[in-house]
Design a protein around this ligand. Structure first.
Ligand SMILES: [Zn+2]
Length: 214
């Protein structure tokens, strides 16, 4: 699909390309986060209580994009969607729409929960080059969540169906249903849907969708 064609780009390049570039110092180095060789070096600037050293690799500096990315606290504190036209900070109730209808590639979606962790550290090379099969980053996980558009639509239908029948978010998330919920499902004929939800509990994309569904 023509519309799906996009060139590989790092997460920091996608997120910070429209910012005015900061000034570094001349010298050949390797960026610790994206691994690119650069001739304009920036100090490795992370907070004092930074816990993400294991997501860095061999390198002695940051490139301008990674440096700019780490300087902006909002990337940690908020959820956002990044595309070629820039970064948009978003609210929790705007996320489902993006999952159901992803932007034109390249794109990336970060979903925060507490705003404490840098849940995108493992995603420097995970920018989506497709709107069909993609990954998203969810703060509590230290791995990218892999999914595709068909799965998202199927899970959205299932979740909406059960939410309309007053199944709680906690029940959906854990796959542990109250006796009352089972009884109602038997009476109203949606045991199958409950069983399917139980199977999905514990899967990355299911947790993400339980978090963002109303
Ligand atoms: Zn870099």
């Amino acid at each position: 699909m023509g519309a799906d064609k996009a060139k590989a780009i790092t997460l920091s390049e996608l997120c910070t390309h429209i910012f005015p570039p900061p000034k570094g110092r001349k010298g050949k180095g390797v960026c610790v986060w994206c691994g690119k060789e650069v001739d304009e070096m920036f100090d490795i600037k992370v907070s004092d209580n930074f816990m993400g050293w294991c997501y860095f690799s061999f390198g002695d500096c940051m490139c301008r994009y990674c440096y700019a990315f780490f300087s902006k606290q909002s990337f940690r504190k908020k959820s956002w969607v990044a595309t070629k036209s820039g970064v948009k900070f978003i609210k929790r109730d705007e996320i489902m729409e993006l999952l159901l209808q992803p932007p034109k590639p390249p794109w990336f979606l970060y979903i925060t929960k507490t705003g404490q962790k840098q849940g995108w550290l493992h995603c420097i090379h995970k920018v989506n080059l497709s709107s069909f099969s993609f990954t998203v980053a969810f703060e509590p996980f230290d791995f990218p969540v892999q999914t595709n558009i068909s799965e998202v639509h199927a899970l959205h239908n299932l979740l909406s169906f059960l939410r309309e029948r007053k199944v709680t978010k906690t029940e959906l998330l854990t796959g542990v249903f109250k006796m009352k919920t089972y009884e109602r499902a038997i009476k109203e004929g949606y045991e199958e849907e409950l069983k399917r939800a139980k199977k999905y509990a514990g899967k990355g994309i299911w947790e993400v969708m339980c978090h963002v569904i109303k």
